[in-house]
Design a protein around this ligand. Sequence first.
Ligand SMILES: [Zn+2]
Length: 357
Amino acid sequence: MNGRIYHIRNALPELVELEALIDEGRDSMRISVPAHISHQNEQLPIYAIEMGSRAATAPTLAFIGGVHGIERIGSQIILAFMRSLLHRSQWDEQLQQQLASIRLLFIPIVNPAGMWQNSRSNTNGVDLMRNAPVEAEHRTPFLVGGQRLSARLPWYRGKKGHTMETENLALTEVIAQTLFSQSLCISLDCHSGFGYRDRIWFPYARSLAPWPGLPDAYAMTRLFEHSYPNHNLYLFEPQANSYTTSGDIWDYLYDGYRAANPNGVYLPLTLEMGSWLWVKKNPRHLFNYRGLFNPILPHRQQRILRRHITLFEFLMAAIANGPAWVPATASEHQHSLQQALERWYPERAKETNVLIP
Ligand SMILES: [Zn+2]
């Protein structure tokens, strides 16, 4: 066995799994390494993998995981899905046709050194989800909203005025390159640890005000709920309904997309798997920091790996069929906006002239 693999097998089995997948799927994947992170005498690669169409205009769906190193289950569900796609694409002609019309992008382990050391932050103590140059428009919850007091406290944003951390620069480079020129794209960043429900969050994290993509987010939410009425696992909502933060990387990337492509549709979604459910079912999680964010027992882990496949496949179908659901005309847009405001911003829905930025 390769010595390096032996060395990281215990610390970072997800990376070993990803490299095995890359070996197996090399012919149907385009692989890049936008950065390496130095840790424990290793140069840990951040991999970005593309599958599907190479056409410049192909609608694009991105899966991101491991931004918070401790939330390994996010990387694991992406790896399981990649493996399944790879194996199915060898015999499933419908899948091959679908992949010919869309592009998939995977960045399953954004923060490999953080994952190695089982921490939320990277090895500089920076929380990558508080590190972007974005300021909250409202008072944020103490610490959780992002803080610059100390790298030894959680939710540290990094020093004011410094460039973003290497992991975020790598993520930004790949997302800008792959998504910013597309007229329809969705990204799903997979996290765990918040609450009893699985949530699908959309921007903004920095503001309580509706964001420009709200009508599209509403249309996608309705499409899912209408298509899978019994798959009612998810609470779709603006992240700011739970809490506002400074430094959110998806706020930052969404603003970048909009500046580059003002008429395009981009939904940066975050899946927050509600791990308190696992904690409640098995209090052993409470005595194990990693267990607060990840299922411990194999049967529960398998259940989580299965649980989100419907969502992932739905997103693939949605990105391939944008004209069927993205509001296109001014009146469709207005209708979707009004419904969205009634659902998520009931106070604003009562105002007669709602202007969104
Ligand atoms: Zn997280």
